[in-house]
Structures are given as structure tokens and as C-alpha cells.
Write a protein that binds this ligand. Structure first.
Ligand code: C5P
Length: 199
């Protein structure tokens, strides 16, 4: 069983996917953490993401390990968010990540979240959700989580949203058959209940 949850930054994908996976006893797949890991390693090494992507071993447990190195906190920085969105526009980087995601999803029960899970990685997922929310509300949530200024987060988020939606390869959009859930005025509990009901 695969539940695919896609949507823009700050819509609540990670929180909802994590909570749902816990409730159902499924495994959570944070595909964004993979793009972030590639971007971080490329930044550190001064290399192109496409050069490092195929060689990395990314371990997506409670902590994110890249070739054994714990990068859990570092991959959440604004600099890595921006670099991840740039790296994710490269079709060869995507091919490497999608192959690994499909390998993981080939057995077991999963709640997988990202931008292209329902459209590309697992179009046959039993349930596809497109989570969205008003951009200001999304920025407010992310600013609260990061302890950052909401205006700055909104500006960065707008850039990243535009790049993710406008890119040539696997642009962010609701998958065929996806249920669109607008979380602007919903609590986490409301959203988890809504998705459980759909399931
Ligand atoms: O979800 P998160 O904000 O961690 O993702 C970071 C970036 O990785 C996104 O802005 C997007 O460009 C990219 N991404 C993607 N496809 C996914 C997951 C993330 O392109 N499935």
C-alpha cells in the first residue's frame, strides 16, 4: 500500500505524512530529504549535484545519514532549501532519486511525500493527496517551525514554488486522481482525520 502526499512547501506534508505513518504503522518516506542531501553534499564539495547524486548512500531513518554522516539539521537551512530546489530541476538528479524511491517503495506499506510521488514515482499509489494552503499561511507555519521571519520565508518560498511548478521535468502539480486538500484553516488533527477517512 502506498499513500502519496504531494504539495508545495509548508502545506503540512511532512507533519501529516509522519503522523499518518505512525497511526497506520507504515513507513514514512521523505523524498525532499533526498534532494536536500544531494544539494548539501554538492555545496560542501563545490561540485554539481548531478556529479554527486548517483554515488550517495542516503539513509532515511529518524536521522538522515549521508554516507554515514548525520545531516538531519544541516539539510533544513534556507541555503540548502534553495540549492535543493535548483538540484531538483535537473533530470539526471531526478532519475537517480526516483530510481531509489521506487526501489524503496517496491515492498511494504508507505506514506511517501514530495512533489512528484503521485505523478511520477508511484502513479499507481492507492491514495494520492495534493496538500496545499494559502501561501501566507504556509510561510507563517514554516517561519514558526524554523524560528525565522515570515516575510523572508514567504519570499524564499515564492521563488521555490515557482521553480518547482515551472520546471520542465516533473513539475509540481496534482496527480491524476489526486484529492486536493486545502489545509489553510485546518489543524493537523483535522488533516490527518480527513486523509484517514479518504483511505
Ligand atoms: O519537501 P522539501 O521542502 O524538503 O523539498 C526540498 C526541495 O526538493 C523542493 O523544493 C523540491 O524542489 C525538491 N523535491 C522534488 N521532488 C520531491 C521532493 C522534493 O523536486 N519528490
Amino acid at each position: 500500500m502506498i499513500i502519496a502526499i504531494d504539495g508545495p512547501a509548508g502545506a503540512g506534508k511532512s507533519t501529516v505524512a509522519r503522523a499518518l505513518a505512525k497511526q497506520l504503522g507504515y513507513t514514512y518516506l521523505d523524498s525532499g530529504a533526498m534532494y536536500r542531501s544531494v544539494a548539501l553534499v554538492a555545496l560542501r564539495a563545490g561540485r554539481e549535484p548531478v556529479q554527486v547524486a548517483p554515488q550517495l548512500t542516503i539513509d532515511l531513518g529518524d536521522r538522515i545519514l549521508v554516507d554515514g554522516d548525520d545531516v538531519t539539521d544541516e539539510i533544513r537551512s534556507p541555503e540548502v532549501s534553495e540549492a535543493a530546489s535548483q538540484a531538483a530541476a535537473d533530470k539526471d538528479v531526478r532519475a537517480a532519486m526516483v530510481a531509489e524511491q521506487r526501489r524503496l517503495l517496491s515492498s511494504g506499506n508507505w506514506v511517501a511525500e514530495g512533489r512528484d510521488i503521485g505523478t511520477v514515482v508511484a502513479p499507481d499509489a492507492e491514495l494520492k493527496i495534493f496538500l496545499t494552503a494559502d501561501p501566507r499561511e504556509r510561510a507563517r507555519r514554516r517561519a514558526r517551525d524554523l524560528g525565522a521571519d515570515a516575510g523572508t520565508v514567504l519570499a524564499e518560498q515564492t521563488l521555490r514554488d515557482e521553480r518547482d511548478r515551472g520546471r520542465e521535468h516533473s513539475p509540481l502539480k496534482p496527480a491524476r486522481g489526486a484529492v486536493v486538500v486545502d489545509t489553510t484553516s485546518m489543524s493537523l488533527e483535522d488533516v490527518v482525520r480527513a486523509v484517514s477517512d479518504l483511505l
